[in-house]
Design a protein around this ligand. Structure first.
Ligand SMILES: [Zn+2]
Length: 168
């Protein structure tokens, strides 16, 4: 764990947006690091060194963004804009990518959507040979033609068995 120059290398994952938890392997001191400067380039690993606040040893931290890559998907479903809730209001869509924090989908028939709009999504995932219906609330981050990039109000977690299985 400790290399010859007294450096401890730690690979960690995002705790939540822009933050990681680093535990010193030498003394157990816990550090919360702001890594928001890495967020612009999530495809690249974020590396930093810092002295441990507990024992002073130098910690080299590598933040692993692997789980946060977008994975190509093909899930059919519907979305509703704010104020829409009936089946008559449902808009056809196809989810084309999924990450822990967001989803991108294609509108089958484009409707007016703006950045920061809240949408409700319902879609099907095939999981262990069975179709599961998933519901997610999202915030629109970008609209490019028929493509809508969104951020999940609640990131994929243990409560989302099928999505977590798909992603991880
Ligand atoms: Zn320490």
């Amino acid at each position: 764990m400790t290399s010859s120059d007294g450096l401890i290398k730690i690979v960690t994952e995002l705790k939540k947006d822009g933050e990681v938890l680093v535990v010193c392997r030498s003394c157990g001191h816990m550090h919360t690091l702001d890594i928001s400067q890495c967020k612009d380039k999530p495809a690249e690993p974020c590396r930093m060194t810092l002295p441990c606040k507990g024992c002073g040893i130098k910690l080299e931290v590598l933040v692993n963004f692997r789980r946060y890559y977008r994975k190509v998907a093909d899930f059919r479903g519907f979305f509703w804009r704010e104020g829409e809730k009936d089946i008559d209001d449902a808009h056809d869509m196809r989810i084309v990518d999924v990450s822990k924090h967001g989803m991108g989908f294609l509108m089958i028939k484009p409707v007016k959507i703006n950045v920061n709009d809240m949408l409700h999504l319902e879609f099907r995932i095939k999981s262990q040979e069975r179709m599961k219906y998933i519901e997610k609330d999202v915030v629109v981050k970008r609209v490019i033609g028929n493509f809508v990039g969104t951020e999940l109000v609640r990131p994929v977690g243990e409560q989302d068995k099928e999505l977590a299985f798909f992603l991880f």
